[in-house]
Design a protein around this ligand. Structure first.
Ligand code: AMP
Ligand code: ZN
Length: 464
């Protein structure tokens, strides 16, 4: 089966064929930098990271753009409450976000674009829409005339037949019951940042930001647009209305939306107060790797129930991989290569790809990884693994890790330092210089390395 995704637009699984041969252009709605992102947000950002990485694994030439919403109702409200300028306020949370994605090993998008640095593009888009009769201005604010866009509702598949024509909404976020003409450009208000434009001073609405920036970097029609399911309506529905209204072309070919991370049956969200930030969890002793593992271990189209138990399980899964690597790389094997091992690698590779091709079935793909580890472990114990197989096994694990990034491989330079200390210790022990041998053991311990003396010699592993 070829790579396929569930496309929210068609409501079906579809085979993925990029618009422009091998090139994939993808846009993901980034954070609103009014506070720390929570673990629910990171569930979505990690899904997008896996998508980005898997497309590259498949050999696509990916251009990945993410925006930073540094102006909207919430950032303005919070900066005013704090008594600092909007840019001072959002810079702090933008930096925290950058640190957090690094901690979680989320690969940086090729382009990060800030809304406040693209006002001109937004103004231009409003002008294009105005020329085509999609807008009207009342009391200084410019609105999108929803009734003029015949396809309104095609993404969210909601029935808008009852909405009041000409009624307006100014807020960035609202529900279907309140759907009506939405604001593109908000008229200048006391104490709010504003820009001068041909249609009056003011600031952009949230939906306008993403339409303008995505088309600037990716063109008027591009391949993938992602976010959490809460963005389907109104945000993405409005993006389609704005972009397709202005260009008359299909805006995005595939829309992918991740399901919520939930706590006790409820969506994790700031407004409900049931959220953890990444920093909260790290302070409580959880490793970023276990958090990453947990967030990617459930298929993105399924809700992820967040629990401490889940984090503990994630940690033990990561430890299992670590123990396997210790066993694999610390043993002496007879010379040669085994066909059985090679066949097992090929089988695992094709099962991994089959799972991932099927709408990024990460839980199945992880299952493939652990079955592989179990079988190779068994082969090692039965003497079925030979020296030449080790690099092949490691190479396969490294290629999977390009997508998951949940495995730490022993670093070569550090490894050789450790090996030579171990050798030195063995020689000291042969000389019955136990003082020296203990000193070396302590030194290794301070480097986080524990030694295990076995009948086959000394093996080492990283302290957990
Ligand atoms: P925001 O910073 O609020 O614009 O959200 C950033 C991303 O996180 C968006 O794609 C949201 O859809 C997503 N998101 C928000 N809450 C959750 C949640 N509980 N689970 C999964 N994704 C979420
Ligand atoms: Zn967006």
């Amino acid at each position: 089966m070829a790579l396929s995704f569930f496309n929210t637009l068609s409501g079906m699984m579809e085979e993925f064929t990029p618009i422009d041969k091998n090139r994939v252009r993808m846009y993901c709605c980034g954070p609103t930098v009014y506070d720390f992102a929570h673990i629910g947000n990171f569930r979505t950002f990690i899904f997008e990271d896996i998508l980005n990485r898997y497309l590259r694994y498949k050999g696509y030439d990916v251009l990945y753009v993410m925006n930073i919403t540094d102006i909207d109702d919430k950032t303005i409200r919070n900066s005013r409450e704090k008594g600092v300028s909007l840019s001072e306020y959002t810079e702090v949370y933008t930096n925290y976000f950058m640190e957090d994605i690094e901690t979680l090993r989320i690969k940086k998008p090729d382009v990060f674009c800030k809304a406040t640095e693209h006002i001109e593009d937004m103004v231009h888009l409003v002008e294009r829409l105005s020329k085509k009769g999609f807008t009207y201005t009342i009391e200084g604010s410019t609105y999108y005339k929803v009734e003029k866009f015949k396809d309104y509702g095609k993404l969210s598949k909601k029935d808008f037949s009852g909405i009041k024509i000409g009624a307006r909404v100014d807020a960035d976020e609202y529900d279907k019951e309140n759907a009506r003409d939405f604001v593109l450009w908000k008229g200048k208000r006391e104490g709010e940042p504003f820009w001068e434009t041909p249609f009056g001073p003011g600031r952009p609405g949230w939906h306008l930001e993403c339409s303008a920036m995505s088309m600037k970097y990716l063109g008027e029609s591009f391949d993938l647009h992602c976010g959490g399911v809460d963005l389907i309506f109104p945000h993405h529905e409005n993006e389609i209305a704005q972009s397709e209204g202005a260009t008359g072309k299909q805006f995005v070919k595939y829309w992918l939306h991740s399901e919520y991370l939930i706590v006790n049956g409820e969506k994790m969200s700031k407004s409900k107060g049931n959220f953890y930030t990444l920093r909260d969890l790290i302070k409580r002793g959880y490793s970023p790797l276990a958090i990453r593992y947990l967030l990617l271990s459930v298929n993105y189209k399924k809700q992820l129930n967040f629990t401490d138990e889940g984090l503990h399980q994630a940690k033990s899964s990561i430890d299992r991989i670590g123990d396997f690597l210790v066993l694999l790389t610390r043993k002496d094997y007879p010379q040669g290569r085994s066909d059985r091992v090679r066949d097992r690698i090929l089988e695992a590779k094709s099962s991994f790809e089959e799972a991932m091709d099927d709408n990024l079935n990460t839980s199945k793909a992880l299952g493939v990884l652990f079955d592989f580890i179990r079988d190779i472990n068994k082969m090692i114990n039965e003497g079925g693994v030979l020296k030449g197989d080790v690099d092949e096994i490691l190479g396969f694990l490294k290629s999977i890790n390009e997508v998951f990034d949940i495995i730490d491989f022993p670093e070569n330079s550090l490894e050789s330092e450790i090996e030579s200390l171990i050798k030195e210790r063995e020689e000291a022990r042969k000389r019955r210089d136990f003082k020296k041998a203990d000193e070396i053991r302590d030194k290794l311990k301070s480097m986080g390395i524990v030694l295990m003396d076995t009948k086959d010699g000394t093996i080492w592993k990283r302290e957990k």
